[in-house]
Design a binder for this molecule. Structure first.
Ligand code: NAP
Length: 256
């Protein structure tokens, strides 16, 4: 029987939630990590409905010891880790000229360092299982803008970090990639569009409707579309795909 175990961070909502539910088709156990326990339990119910065991870990991954404790709890409960999907993220979109040192540090603490720490603590288990890691980055890395500089800088750092882990992983049997979503309609994206709507003095619905045309795509993406790609990246069929930054953005980025 397949006993494989996946850890999904940011599983309480958005892309992480959709990914946890999608991975229930391929993994025996999905470990769900984030801070909001009600939302995590709601995801857990969907994971179990989709056929896998769900295990909830309520944790703030921006804290220094959280990743270590998450790995220890997973190994103590299930004995193995086959995939780590680093999806949790909350980098603030603040103008380059206004963002404070403290905001920069906090911005990097979860998405960059939380994911780095989790991958390091899970590494020995991943070596043993010949497992896979995916880091969520974002297309902002490819087109930095002053208004959201930290999002771009931290995503670019994540793409480089993934490649560094992948270089080690080639020798040690661990597959590592980063994945860059474009504009996906989640609560995070909705909050950004609410801000834009207020600035432009239009309704949120109008901002959501106008956004795709403004950036040259047919529509916003769905968390489920990203979840399908992430599931492929940690599947046996994608095994030789490593050290790569994979983009899915509805055609928004046209650079080669
Ligand atoms: N949506 C997009 O258009 C888009 C585009 C490119 C990249 N991305 C990236 O994709 C990832 C997911 O984005 P999303 O749109 O799904 O965002 P979201 O709906 O805001 O979800 C973010 C997730 O991160 C978790 N999280 C936040 N702070 C945390 C902390 N300190 N410790 C543990 N978990 C924490 C949240 O859970 P709790 O609040 O329960 O802790 C939530 O599950 C992010 O890294 C984002 O940068 C998104």
């Amino acid at each position: 029987m397949n006993q494989s175990v996946a850890i999904v961070t940011g599983a309480s909502q958005g892309i992480g939630r959709a990914t946890a539910i999608r991975l229930a088709q391929d993994f025996a156990v999905v470990v769900l990590a984030a801070r909001n326990s009600d939302n995590l339990n709601a995801t857990a119910a969907e994971v179990e409905k989709a056929g896998a065991k769900a295990h909830v870990v309520v944790t703030d991954l921006s804290l220094p010891d959280a990743a270590k404790l998450l790995v220890e709890e997973t190994l103590a409960t299930f004995g193995q880790i086959d995939a780590v999907l680093n999806i949790a993220g909350a980098v603030p979109g603040i103008d380059l000229m206004e963002m404070t040192d403290q905001q920069w540090i906090q911005g990097a603490e979860l998405k960059l360092h939380g994911a780095r720490r989790l991958t390091i603590h899970a590494w020995d288990a991943l070596k043993k299982s010949r497992g896979s890691v995916v880091f969520i980055s974002g297309t902002a890395a490819l087109e930095p803008k002053a208004a959201t500089a930290a999002v771009a800088v931290i995503n670019a750092a994540i793409d480089a970090l993934a490649k560094a882990f992948a270089e080690k992983g080639v020798r040690e049997g661990v597959q590592v990639n980063s994945m860059l979503p474009g504009a996906i309609l989640t609560q995070r994206r909705r909050a950004m569009l609410e801000k834009a709507a207020a600035q432009q003095q239009i309704t949120v619905d109008a901002a959501i409707e106008r956004f795709p045309e403004k950036v040259g795509i047919a529509r916003l993406g769905t968390p489920e579309e990203i979840a399908n790609l992430l599931a492929y990246l940690v599947s046996p069929g994608a095994r030789w795909l490593t050290g790569t930054a994979v983009r899915m953005d509805g055609g928004e980025v046209r650079g080669i």
